[in-house]
Design a protein around this ligand. Structure first.
Ligand code: 4NP
Length: 170
């Protein structure tokens, strides 16, 4: 498959969501996106994973406060934390960073810039919210976790729309 930029597109199209710890924002993005992909009947065309730039929580389940916020939408957070690896640049088609620190930390691992075009900020895909980053909710209260879910639903809907428009029909 070839995109409008002439790049070869692999199927399934592989998305990687990245935050700092891989226990709050990126597992939420992964599971919300999977929920939308299932609803759209695109499970065989798009697949998702998530990772953290840090090693702090490797092997941990998603944060309970984050799971509680996602559960309000009927979404269960599955998966265990892992750290982003250089091999992910090749493995994935699109890498979505939750905030600008995550974005910079990912690009630091690609000093030649070969994979620069694969890395985007998650909020670039929001259509209803104007925030440019998904705020780190870890040291805050319940409202911060609810805000993350709200933002990510918006960004995931925009991302799915973009993939549908640009990639699956290429
Ligand atoms: P996340 O949230 O990057 O969205 O998973 C955090 C989780 C843990 C820490 C910071 C942010 N921490 O400092 O341990």
């Amino acid at each position: 498959m070839t995109s409008d930029k002439g790049q070869k597109i692999s199927m399934p199209y592989k998305l990687l969501f990245v935050c700092l710890g891989n226990i709050c924002r990126s597992p939420s993005a992964e599971n919300i996106m999977n929920h939308l992909i299932d609803q759209a009947g695109l499970s065989s065309s798009i697949c998702c994973d998530s990772a953290g730039t840090s090693s702090y929580h490797i092997g941990s389940q998603p944060d309970r406060r984050m799971s509680a916020a996602a559960a309000k939408l009927g979404i269960q957070l599955r998966g265990r934390a892992r750290q982003f690896a250089k091999s992910d640049f090749q493995e994935f088609d699109l890498i979505l960073a939750m905030d600008k620190d995550n974005y910079e930390d990912i690009l630091t691992l690609d000093p030649t810039g070969k994979y620069h075009d694969k890395v985007r900020l998650m909020c670039d895909f929001c259509t209803r919210h104007s925030l440019k980053e998904v705020p780190d909710p870890y040291y805050g209260g319940v409202e911060g976790f609810n805000q993350v879910i709200d933002l990510l639903v918006d960004a995931c809907e925009g991302l799915l729309q973009e993939i549908n428009n640009q990639q699956l029909k290429a």
